[in-house]
Design a protein around this ligand. Structure first.
Ligand code: ATP
Length: 222
């Protein structure tokens, strides 16, 4: 397994984000530590996706700062350079490519050598239980299988920070358990993991919890 910088905490300080003329995050602060899984909970519309998109540089905050290992994360390029990986809520997989290509191509795009990328892609697909679907077109896969392709794509990148947005929503019980174990395995590898979820049982098994209410952090702890 690849190890990452153990000093690499992702810290958000007083993030405020606006869209459509109103605040969708208001003064949210957060600490994601290497080796730990932070659950982000909250009702639908509370701001979980907005927070993860801001942490990964896809949304620019109106005020507040984000740092990784003490370095500013100001935009998408710096988030990528710091190894901040997002598994998005909508999966974002390419339907006309195979499962393997969906995992492989982003690895090549980030400069991974072709042999290592191939190994990592197959390994990640096996870890999510898709060893038998490696060469299958994504459009031929079920919703839950497509979600697992997106998870494999995120795992294969071996990020320093893994942001996982509602990644168990389409999974059956066995695959939900498998994916939760994989998130914790990412933390054991040394990554800081942030897991947005409606699943309070899964959140309870995480190391820390940030609860959002109407875009504000209401409760931090277990
Ligand atoms: N581009 C946008 N323009 C205007 N409002 C937005 C935009 N993006 C998000 N919002 C609003 O911000 C709020 C938070 O949305 P967000 O998707 O972050 O919530 P969430 O907690 O992830 O919800 P869910 O659990 O349903 O995925 C919602 O009220 C949403 O309508």
């Amino acid at each position: 397994m690849t190890t990452v910088d153990a000093g690499g905490a992702l810290i958000a300080d007083s993030l405020t984000v606006s869209a459509g003329g109103h605040h969708i995050l208001t003064g949210v602060s957060m600490l994601a530590e290497p080796g730990r899984v932070l659950a982000v909970t909250g009702a639908s519309g509370a701001g979980k996706t907005s927070l993860l998109w801001t942490l990964t540089g896809l949304v620019r905050p109106e005020s507040g700062t984000i740092t990784y290992a003490g370095e500013p994360v100001g935009d998408r390029d710096s988030a990528v350079a710091h190894g901040i990986v997002l598994i998005p809520q909508d999966n974002g997989v390419a339907p006309s490519l195979t499962a393997y290509e969906n995992v492989l191509i982003p690895l090549i795009g980030t400069g991974c050598g072709s042999e290592e990328a191939a190994e990592r892609a197959v390994d990640a697909l096996e870890r999510v239980g898709l060893a038998g679907q490696v060469e299958q077109l994504v459009e031929e896969l079920s919703g839950g299988q497509q979600q697992r392709v997106a998870i494999a794509r995120g795992l294969a990148q071996k990020g320093s920070v893994l942001l996982a947005d509602e990644i168990t929503s389409e999974l059956d019980a066995a695959n939900r358990e498998r994916v939760l174990e994989l998130l914790h395995a990412e933390a054991w590898r040394g990554a800081a993991v942030v897991f947005a979820t409606h699943d309070l049982e899964a959140a309870g098994a995480c190391d820390a919890r940030l609860h959002l209410v109407d875009g504000a952090a209401e409760y931090i702890g277990r």
